[in-house]
Design a protein around this ligand. Structure first.
Ligand SMILES: Nc1ncnc2c1ncn2[C@@H]1O[C@H](COP(=O)(O)OP(=O)(O)OP(=O)(O)O)[C@@H](O)[C@H]1O
Ligand SMILES: [Mg+2]
Length: 431
């Protein structure tokens, strides 16, 4: 890797993934939060050992921000994938670049990511901050879906040499902390009119699990409540095949012949938590929420009063609204991206339910026309870099030879201004 390799930063609603192109994993995955000084007029003692000469630098990002939330003003920077607080974003980037990645931005090209259908104004604002505040050497703003597809096609399981532009066709399901998106991509371009947005993602499942634990009277300390619910979700959550059958599995009791006692199903788990402030230990019983939380994808009405369309219906509708000649390939290559797609058996349940919808439609067609159509094989695939597929796509792109041709340079920016970043094609002309 060259000394001045490209920096890749994927700012998500919940987590920022950052590191250098050419690596398999981001160097840092930290919460996208900022804890800013409450009173900037005076120089404050930020922690017992640390004094800030310049109050402007009295702020923290990531886990450090949570650690300072009592003395500082905690700010969430991104909502549903969109940057909401630009001032906070700029500070976050500042600390991320200089203190975490420890790089001189003027010597590096940068890849940032954006949600689908991001506005050109947002893209220009990103460019303005990157070129004018950080004076970066070059900038490319990649659409998250396209980068995730890039990761799957050029990823660790594939043969990079056989890659061509036409292979960049597939349906990406990106479900992170704040938002879930379904986006069909054809030949490297997101089919914008067919992108579907679902207002449910990881944070909603975490809140649901917390509510279940509280309703049952589990000892969840208020200070760490969301953190506990998130850990329970990530450690014990899974997608079941059938909710009614799964309840039964939990309710099955057996007789332990050695003790003569009736014992509960081993589906129940225990989570032991040490409270941050007091060090006290709590034991929390985990039950049905293991599968009821992730069931949100298939029965959203469990969590959300107004949102009733299951994920498989959204995926099917999205593909059906695409041009007819792309549909087969879009069903055959459904790619998962983002932390909330990591639940065990998520891929299998989605595969089965989308296939069911496709088969029902083909059967209907046969009944109406008397002709048997060619079957369509739905394929939802997992991949090794699913947790940070968007970041990994950027890592691959940034290490490819053609990247320099598509990356906007500082000289271009100086000459033509932020509007150069309105378009960020993945491939140079004639690729
Ligand atoms: N093993 C796991 N099982 C289930 N959920 C997980 C797992 N690991 C992480 N998550 C969840 O994934 C979410 C974070 O994923 P990700 O980093 O893709 O989101 P993001 O990019 O910050 O958000 P967004 O893409 O919505 O803007 C969190 O809600 C986290 O709890
Ligand atoms: Mg994301």
């Amino acid at each position: 890797m060259s000394q001045f390799s490209t920096v890749v930063i994927d700012n998500g609603t919940g987590y920022t993934k950052m590191g250098y192109a050419g690596n398999m994993e981001p160097s840092y995955i930290i919460p996208t939060v900022l804890a800013d000084a409450i009173n900037k007029g005076t120089t404050k003692v930020a922690s017992q050992n640390q004094k800030f000469e310049n109050p402007e630098l009295d702020f923290f990002i990531g886990d450090d921000a949570f650690a300072h939330q009592k003395s500082h003003n905690l700010q969430y920077i991104i909502r549903s994938g969109q940057i909401e607080n630009w001032e906070a974003m700029e500070k976050f980037w500042h600390r991320a670049i200089y203190s975490q990645l420890r790089c001189e931005p003027e010597e590096h090209r940068f890849i940032l990511t954006e949600p689908p259908l991001n506005t050109p104004e947002n893209r220009e604002q990103m460019a303005e901050i990157m070129f004018e505040t950080f004076n970066v050497k070059g900038l490319f703003i990649g659409v998250q879906a396209t980068l995730a597809l890039y990761a799957q096609i050029c990823g660790p399981q594939s043969d990079v040499k056989s890659f061509s532009k036409g292979d960049l066709t597939g349906t990406v399901i990106d479900s992170g902390d704040g938002v879930t998106h379904v986006f069909p991509v054809s030949d490297g371009f997101v089919i914008g009119s067919c992108v579907k947005h679902i207002p449910l993602a990881g944070k909603d499942i975490t809140k649901f699990i917390l509510q279940q634990l509280r309703d049952r009277g589990e000892p969840v300390p208020a200070d760490d409540a969301m953190d506990i619910a998130q850990k329970v979700k990530e450690r014990f959550g899974y997608v079941c095949k059938d909710v009614v059958k799964e309840y039964k599995k939990f309710d099955e009791k057996t007789l332990d012949e050695s003790t003569g006692k009736i014992v509960q199903s081993n589906k129940f788990k225990k989570y032991v938590h040490k409270q941050t402030m007091t060090g006290a230990t709590f034991e929390i019983d985990i039950g049905y929420e293991r599968f009821l939380g992730p069931e949100m994808f298939f029965h959203p009405e469990f969590i959300h009063n107004d949102w009733r369309s299951p994920l498989d219906e959204i995926v099917d509708n999205s593909i059906q609204s695409c041009p007819i000649d792309t549909r087969r390939k879009l069903y055959e290559n459904i790619v998962l991206s983002g932390g909330s797609t990591l639940f065990k058996d998520f891929d299998q349940r989605l595969n089965k339910q989308v296939q069911q919808r496709v088969d029902d439609r083909l059967k209907q067609y046969e009944t109406l026309t008397g002709q048997a159509p060619k079957p369509i094989k739905v394929n939802v695939s997992q991949n090794m870099v699913q947790r940070y597929a968007v970041w990994f796509g950027g890592s691959v792109l940034g290490s490819q030879e053609h990247f320099q041709k598509v990356c906007h340079s500082r000289e271009d920016y100086m000459e033509r201004g932020p509007s150069i970043c309105r378009h960020n094609p993945l491939f140079p002309q004639g690729f």
